[in-house]
Ligand binder design. Structure first.
Ligand SMILES: CC(C)(COP(=O)(O)OP(=O)(O)OC[C@H]1O[C@@H](n2cnc3c(N)ncnc32)[C@H](O)[C@@H]1OP(=O)(O)O)[C@@H](O)C(=O)NCCC(=O)NCCS
Length: 244
């Protein structure tokens, strides 16, 4: 389905941005999923949510299989939660017996999948929602300095500015595996118009590996970011059938 998948070299993080697959092309992809993934796919009520989930997980299986060799259906994932020991698989996804790190994200009609060789990775993609969400969520999820920066933007720029903040923060929290169990307001990232960087993380739990934060072009109407822990790395972006 997705030809010519490049290999991830040492010191690299690759990010694939893809549109959700359309209905007729779904069956071959469904066959790539394992039983747990298929059950999660089937549980979504809306067709668009099923397509989004399917795209993310089928793409992940294919890009991982292209690195490791072998059948995408045979890729085995781990799930690690830093916050509880509930038995069902949940939390940050990883791979059995591989140094390759991975992350995935879905929003609107688009997905992002990241593979990294330097270290743990978190990717986040967000559709820019021009529906007042920025105004509602900013007081809760932004740090004081970020709220001040957002206020400085014109009303028309605030939705994308907020989305930029949100994608950067969530990428950081997904790289560490904390997810939204850590209050996003504890994490301060650079202003939307400035190069991506983690500026501060109050009450951060050990270990404190350096966080390398990068924006990723996610196409019109979307913002995305990727965070890698540890050594500096080169970010390589790929896109798969983005509608314009
Ligand atoms: C994980 C989380 C950050 C995802 O945010 P989101 O914007 O809703 O979703 P995204 O599309 O960007 O990412 C979803 C993917 O993140 C991955 N993920 C899940 N938990 C993760 C974690 N702790 N760290 C990193 N990645 C995680 C999964 O691959 C998931 O994909 P899937 O649901 O299709 O399997 C957020 O939902 C969260 O923190 N959830 C856990 C909160 C919670 O209630 N935990 C209770 C159990 S301790």
């Amino acid at each position: 389905m997705w030809p010519d998948i490049p290999r991830v070299g040492a010191g690299e993080c690759h990010v694939w941005i893809a549109d959700a697959v359309r209905v007729p092309s779904q069956q071959p992809l469904l066959e790539l999923l394992d039983a747990r993934e298929r059950a999660r796919h089937d549980a979504y009520v809306r067709e668009s949510d099923r397509a989004l989930y399917l795209t993310a997980h089928a793409l992940l299986r294919q890009v991982v299989a292209a690195q490791l060799g072998g059948d995408p259906r045979e890729v085995r994932f781990t799930h690690e939660c830093r916050h509880c020991d509930r038995p069902e698989p949940h939390g940050k996804p990883g791979l059995v017996d591989s140094a390759l790190e991975l992350s995935l994200s879905h929003s609107g009609d688009r997905v992002a999948v990241a593979l990294s060789l330097p270290g743990p990775v978190g990717v986040d993609i967000e559709r820019v929602a021009d529906d007042g969400r920025a105004a509602d969520l900013a007081p809760v999820v932004l740090a004081a300095a970020e709220r001040d920066e957002l206020e400085r933007l014109s009303a028309g720029e605030r939705a994308w500015g907020f989305t930029r903040y949100w994608a950067r923060k969530e990428a950081v929290l997904k790289a560490t595996g904390d997810g939204l169990m850590v209050e996003p307001a504890l994490v301060t990232v650079s202003a939307p118009g400035a190069p991506a960087a983690l500026l501060e993380w109050r009450e951060r739990a050990e270990p404190h590996l350096p966080v390398r934060l990068h924006d990723v072009d996610a196409g019109d109407g979307y913002r995305a970011a990727v965070a890698v822990l540890g050594d500096q790395c080169r970010v390589v972006r790929h896109e798969v059938g983005l509608s314009t």
